[in-house]
Design a protein around this ligand. Structure first.
Ligand SMILES: [Zn+2]
Length: 165
């Protein structure tokens, strides 16, 4: 597990942590481009780290639940006159029962690709952050973004408010 965020030293996102870039549509696209690069001796560790990060983005720890009480895995969206509205959350069981002309989007980072417009991508990221227990407008600093992906999974699931003693 990496000990801290990976800060890019060059390029258009110079000075940014790759972990923070996951929380921006442009940044995510950039990372996907990097992940497809030809692996060489000098970049292989870097590329492995990017690929691992994208992989972790496929199974974020979701804190929100479906109305039946199971953990949510997707969110309902409604496309209307160029606008996209976000609705109910579904667990793996309920989402299959509720197909009825509406679209469900998996709660994971690669779902960003399902949205063509920046506003919708931003809106999806806000929802994704919320279901993961973050504030929708929370600024994802390098450390915060790193901890989001690399916090021990079990601990993240049972994290409780600290008692004062
Ligand atoms: Zn359910």
């Amino acid at each position: 597990m990496p000990r801290g965020p990976y800060i890019l030293r060059s390029g258009k996102f110079q000075g940014k942590a790759i972990e923070s870039l996951m929380f921006s549509a442009k940044g995510y696209k950039f990372l996907c481009g990097l992940a497809r690069m030809q692996e060489t001796e000098s970049n292989s560790r870097f590329l492995q780290r990017i690929r691992r990060l994208l992989e972790l983005g496929e199974s974020p720890v979701i804190k929100s639940q479906c109305r039946c009480g199971r953990p949510a895995v997707s969110i309902r969206i409604k496309r209307e006159e160029g606008d996209i509205g976000f609705g109910e959350l579904y667990c793996a069981t309920c989402q299959g029962d509720s197909f009825g002309g509406h679209e469900q989007v998996p709660l994971k980072f690669s779902s960003l690709r399902r949205f063509d417009f920046v506003l919708d991508q931003k809106s999806f990221l806000r929802h994704l952050k919320q279901v993961c227990g973050l504030e929708c407008r929370e600024r994802m600093t390098a450390q915060k973004a790193h901890d989001f992906f690399y916090a021990p999974r079990e601990e993240a699931r049972i994290r409780q408010p600290q008692l004062p003693f």
